[in-house]
Design a protein around this ligand. Structure first.
Ligand code: NAI
Ligand code: MG
Length: 332
């Protein structure tokens, strides 16, 4: 079998712990995957005096697929997010995050929705300046090109994955121009997909609806900032950030990474839940055309989590990161 090279950025905080477990699961699939390590963020700064080294970008472009742990971003000061920079530089325009209930674990059962987050612009464009002492501006950039591209991706995804409904989430009652344009593009795209129901919700109401009746939702289409916030909210519905996988998809390459961050509060303690990382690995397999093995990995995770003995502290259990991982390997 020809080996498949994959760039692996283990990341900061809990990154190395969950990556180590993921690699064991990958080995158990018996696919010929070769993980090629690469650095970004703080670790790259220490090794190469650069936050996003050219060699890392080059390697991702060459391999076309990367798996990435979380990267820490300083709050309110310091360097800009390398996660955002990677997505923008590599034009990974779609951030796809399937959120599903897990039997016996998720506080809400029957949730099965997909967050489709625009990944390259909005307030994450990073255009900020002080116009006078005590007065700053952050500029929200919304373009027709990016809004149409993510809407098209959402509807295509819905068609391919048997989804029935796409809901745009917005605040166009207040941001008439920017969110107005986002909606205009989504509406236009929706016309080409008569089989998919299309509707819209204002973001505050959407949050209320999500915590009262999340089962009603299917594909959620959002700008970058709303997508970021609603992703964590949705993760909370099904049992937390330790469970939700994700992918950043572009035309030329893709970076697979979970929704959660580097979790500095539990890093290095063997407490991190590796489930999100393992399910992210499964999403990557699906992308690589190994859908059958991806399903096996998912089934092994769900079978393992059904046993209370293998649940990590975030799920109310006492298992370590490694114990959960080893159980998944055995189930596989
Ligand atoms: P976080 O997602 O790291 O943690 C939020 C809470 O969830 C914490 O209590 C943490 O312990 C828990 N948690 C997260 N992942 C978990 C897991 N796998 N197992 C068990 N518990 C888990 O968010 P926070 O604390 O706001 O951010 C920490 C750092 O991560 C920041 O520097 C932030 O910029 C960065 N970050 C990076 C992301 C990325 O690389 N894509 C995404 C989100 C945040
Ligand atoms: Mg986030």
């Amino acid at each position: 079998m020809k080996s498949i090279p994959i760039t692996l950025i283990e990341g900061d905080g809990i990154g190395p712990e969950i990556a180590s477990v993921m690699k064991k699961v990958a080995q158990a699939t018996q696919l010929s995957l070769v993980f090629e390590p690469a650095l970004a963020g703080q670790a790259a700064l220490e090794a190469y005096a650069e936050l996003l080294p050219d060699r890392t970008l080059k390697q991702i472009k060459q391999n076309k697929v990367a798996l990435k742990g979380p990267l820490t971003t300083p709050v309110g000061k310091g360097f800009r997010s390398i996660n955002v920079l990677l997505r923008k530089t590599l034009k990974l325009f779609a951030n796809v995050r399937p959120v599903r209930s897990i039997p016996q674990i998720s506080p809400y059962q029957g949730v099965d929705l997909v967050i489709m987050r625009e990944n390259t612009e909005d307030l994450y464009a990073g255009i900020e300046h002080e116009i006078a002492p005590g007065v700053v501006e952050s500029i929200k950039v919304i373009t027709r090109v990016a809004s149409t591209r993510i809407a098209q991706y959402a509807f295509e995804y819905a068609m391919k994955n048997g989804r029935k409904r796409v809901t745009s989430i917005h605040k166009a009652n207040i941001m008439k121009l920017s969110d107005g344009l986002f909606l205009e593009c989504a509406r236009k795209v929706s016309k080409a997909y008569p089989k998919i129901q299309y509707d819209e919700l204002i973001v505050d109401n959407a949050c209320m609806q999500l915590v009262s009746k999340p089962q009603q939702f299917d594909v959620l289409l959002l700008e970058n900032l709303y997508g970021d916030i609603v992703s964590d909210l949705a993760a909370g519905l099904v049992g937390g950030l330790g469970l939700v996988p994700g992918a950043n998809i572009g035309k030329k390459c893709a970076i697979f990474e979970s929704v959660h961050g580097s979790a500095p509060d539990i890093a290095g303690q063997g407490k991190a839940n590796p489930t999100a990382m393992i399910l992210t690995f499964a999403m990557m397999l699906e992308y690589l055309g190994k859908g059958k093995v991806a399903k096996q990995v998912e089934a092994a995770v769900f079978k393992t989590l059904a046993n209370k003995r293998f649940r990590t502290p975030d799920l109310g259990g006492r298992a370590s990161t490694e114990e959960l991982g080893e159980a998944v390997v055995r189930a596989l």
